[in-house]
Design a protein around this ligand. Structure first.
Ligand SMILES: [Zn+2]
Length: 141
């Protein structure tokens, strides 16, 4: 377990504090605290690996506080982490929807087999909803 305070020392020259940085990060990004904490941790790990976040701030903001490049690196990282999380979540939803469609299709095929046995027209031929689901599935598959 390393000491965040000790790592932060170099950036506290203008009176900035570790808590102040975390609070600013939460307020300025408005992202979930897990995302903010992950970004904070990742950048502090880079500080621990002797990476320096020096003025002028690479983001081009033109601010001159010693702690600004560190904070802005954390903000950029938090946004990146959040974008990845949002993309991963969208994929989970999409996979779940595909699975639901596959299950619905299996169910409809089973119903069709039953109907054929009973000498009725298959559901896919009779029902526009069933046709729609099959069409949608084949489009996305
Ligand atoms: Zn900046």
């Amino acid at each position: 377990m390393f000491n965040y305070n000790k790592l932060y020392n170099k950036y506290s020259g203008d009176g900035a504090t570790l808590d102040g940085t975390v609070n600013w990060l939460k307020k300025s990004t408005k992202l979930p605290s897990e995302v903010v904490e992950q970004a904070f941790h990742e950048i502090m790990m880079e500080v621990a690996d002797d990476k320096e976040f020096l003025l002028p701030c690479p983001c081009g903001c033109g601010m001159t506080n010693v702690h600004t490049p560190l904070e802005h690196a954390m903000r950029t990282r938090a946004i990146e982490i959040n974008q990845k999380a949002v993309a991963a979540y969208a994929k989970v939803l999409q996979d779940r929807e595909t699975e639901r469609m596959e299950n619905r299709l299996k169910m409809l095929k089973t119903i069709d087999k039953t109907m054929i046995k009973q000498n009725k027209k298959p559901l896919f031929e009779r029902s526009p909803v069933a046709r729609g689901i099959r069409g949608l599935f084949h489009k996305t598959a």
